[in-house]
Design a protein around this ligand. Structure first.
Ligand SMILES: Nc1ncnc2c1ncn2[C@@H]1O[C@H](COP(=O)(O)OP(=O)(O)OP(=O)(O)O)[C@@H](O)[C@H]1O
Ligand SMILES: [Mg+2]
Length: 505
């Protein structure tokens, strides 16, 4: 086994050779340089029998960090804190834990199947000083792996793969989950330099706190767990490891809460995609491709945020268009700006989803929510894009029992029977039920909360009855008017016949 000191001696010999080589290049003609270079490689290969592999922080896309670099960083984290002499400490935001990593130009060793390897962290500073808004902005960072060339095969074939896998797993274990929201595109290369902004994801909703039909809840939980563990299955059937959910129902029925519960169950990040801030289809595609594995991509209120300007334009009447032409210049300008604000189209969104499905390897879930499922284009929600359609509706007795357990810590009560009947006769959202059950003061007893809910349910029942009656009256009146009209036409026709006049239409 080659010892560290030995490697450094070889390193300094190499340094001398490099110096000679550089001088040679400056003073000798080109054809001699090529000749010398050939022999230089041979000699250095003989004296310095190591292979060096470098992993740059940014490879290819400048705005996307090289995944290998990040994985190596987390793999080396623990090893560095045990053996490196100079360490960098980072306090993870909002937590008290400190993450240690090796400082630049430090070196740590690792062993794999009895073979020793050396890792070093490198940093290259820019040659010219520039004023920059960003710290560390122009530095080039990398890790270098050094290994004896006789182990090259083992290291490239097995060790690197092992390091990347271990590093990714370690990063997943230590990571804090995040809630991302998309930045407007002028920020992508500007101040923030990122397509997404993130905050820690700390929504407390879980499937235990979700009030809904217990069978449906179990079905959804099983579906999610099955999906998250079905990598091999998806490979076998040749389908991308993705799943789309459509959550629909009236406001306050728990759609957003369910998204949080999904992310918490699977330990995924959440990407909250605000479509109205996306200017065009190409931007949408870049945003989606920049999401990470193990994430839920959410588009809330899809019926409102999807720009169907084309459709609306087509449906405009001639009068609308004339009115628009006549409006003052400022109104005209605002209207034009509104039109150009978002050009994401339905077909663009469909293409992006399909593109996301086919171009990103890891598991991803995409969720759409809407209050008006009937408004959505069937192409958007067909199976394969939105695999599971889940209706979240008004509060049922099952859902109420979840609230009673969570809010009041009770499983049964003499008032439960009355509440069950009333819930069957009214339409109250889980949000309203929850609001009524919440104790309003420290003195509020369980009975007070339940009675308040009963009162609210009775009010809702009365309101619904009054509305039903008003609707029936209106329908009856309309029917009567129709009859009067029809009779009137019939009488007129009879009179015409009697007078012997023929009317041609
Ligand atoms: N099924 C539910 N289980 C538990 N809590 C619920 C449920 N539905 C609503 N809530 C409560 O009501 C509030 C509103 O719920 P949520 O935001 O999930 O509704 P939503 O369906 O997303 O509404 P919207 O359509 O307006 O976006 C939440 O704070 C949540 O605590
Ligand atoms: Mg919501």
């Amino acid at each position: 086994m080659v010892m560290m000191g030995e490697m450094w001696n070889l390193g300094s010999t190499m340094g001398t050779l490099m110096l000679v080589y550089t001088l040679f290049r400056q003073f000798f003609p080109h054809h001699l340089q090529l000749y010398f270079e050939k022999y230089f490689r041979k000699v250095s290969g003989f004296i310095y029998p190591y292979v060096e592999i470098t992993f740059d922080e940014f490879a290819g896309d400048f705005f996307k960090r090289n995944e290998a670099y990040s994985a190596i960083k987390s793999y080396l984290g623990d090893k560095s804190s045990a053996s490196a002499k100079r360490l960098k400490a980072n306090v993870v935001k909002d937590t008290e834990s400190v993450v240690l990593s090796m400082d630049y130009n430090e070196e740590v060793t690792d062993k794999f199947e009895g073979v020793k390897v050396w890792w070093s962290a490198n940093r290259t500073l820019p040659s010219t000083q520039r004023i920059s808004w960003f710290s560390d902005d122009d530095e080039k960072r990398s890790y270098t792996l050094t290994v004896h060339k006789r182990h090259r095969e083992l290291i490239t074939r097995s060790y690197i793969g092992y390091v990347l896998k271990e590093g990714k797993e370690r990063a997943t274990r230590n990571r804090r989950r995040k809630l991302y929201s998309n930045n407007p595109s002028h920020d992508w290369h500007g101040y923030r330099r990122s397509k997404w902004s993130d905050v820690p994801f700390e929504h407390p909703a879980t499937f235990d706190t979700l009030a809904m039909d217990s069978n449906l809840k179990e079905e959804i939980k099983n579906d999610l767990i099955k999906f998250s563990t079905a990598k091999d299955y998806y490979v076998r059937i040749g389908k991308a490891w993705k799943r789309g959910y459509l959550l629909y129902g009236p406001p306050g029925t728990g759609k957003s809460s369910m998204i949080a519960a999904m992310a918490n169950l699977l330990d995924y990040d959440v990407y909250d995609l605000e479509l109205t801030a996306v200017k065009e289809n190409a931007e949408l595609r870049r945003l989606l491709l920049d999401t990470s594995n193990k994430s839920v991509v959410v588009i809330e209120d899809i019926d409102c945020s999807l720009d169907l300007t084309g459709q609306r334009e087509r449906n405009k009447t001639e009068k609308d268009k004339k009115d628009e032409d006549r409006s003052d210049p400022i109104t005209k300008k605002i209207k034009e700006d509104e039109k150009t604000e978002s050009k994401v189209t339905l077909s663009g969104l469909l293409n992006c989803i399909d593109g996301l499905w086919s171009s990103c390897g890891g598991e991803r879930i995409i969720v759409f929510t809407t209050n008006y499922v009937e408004k959505l284009d069937p192409a958007l929600i067909r199976r394969g894009r939105m695999d599971k359609h889940i209706e979240l509706s008004y509060c049922c007795f099952d859902a109420f029992k979840v609230f009673a357990k969570n809010y009041l810590e009770i499983d049964s009560h003499s008032l439960f029977g009355e509440i069950e009947t009333l819930l069957g006769e009214t339409e109250m959202t889980p949000a309203d039920v929850a609001e009524n059950l919440m104790p309003k003061s420290n003195n509020d007893e369980v009975e007070t909360c339940l009675s308040r809910l009963i009162e609210a349910l009775n009010d809702a029942k009365k309101k619904k009855k009054a509305e039903d009656e008003a609707r029936l009256m209106a329908e009856k009146k309309e029917e009567e008017n129709k009859e009067v009209k029809e009779n009137g036409v019939a009488t007129a026709a009879d009179e015409v016949k009697e007078n012997g006049v023929t009317v041609s239409h």
